[in-house]
Design a protein around this ligand. Structure first.
Ligand code: F3S
Length: 69
């Protein structure tokens, strides 16, 4: 699994960092990004965090969290 946040649609709601704090944090504008690979969608997410990432994606009101794999 890899993941990234589409900052063009993120509305800085703040949910994903609460749901998956080991994967998502916020930039100076409050927009979320994947901290593991600096939102480049290149690093494999550790398996132990997959459920958190899926929960965060399901909970994002704008479907801005993208998951590959
Ligand atoms: Fe943005 Fe969705 Fe997270 S709106 S702050 S990517 S839950």
């Amino acid at each position: 699994m890899t993941t990234w946040v589409d900052k063009d649609t993120c509305i800085a709601c703040g949910a994903c960092g609460a749901t998956a704090p080991d994967v998502f944090d916020y930039d100076d504008e409050g927009l979320a990004f994947n901290t593991i690979d600096d939102n480049t969608n290149t690093a494999e997410i550790p398996e132990i965090l997959h459920d958190d990432v899926r929960d965060a994606a399901d909970g994002c009101p704008t479907d801005s969290i993208k998951i590959d794999g």
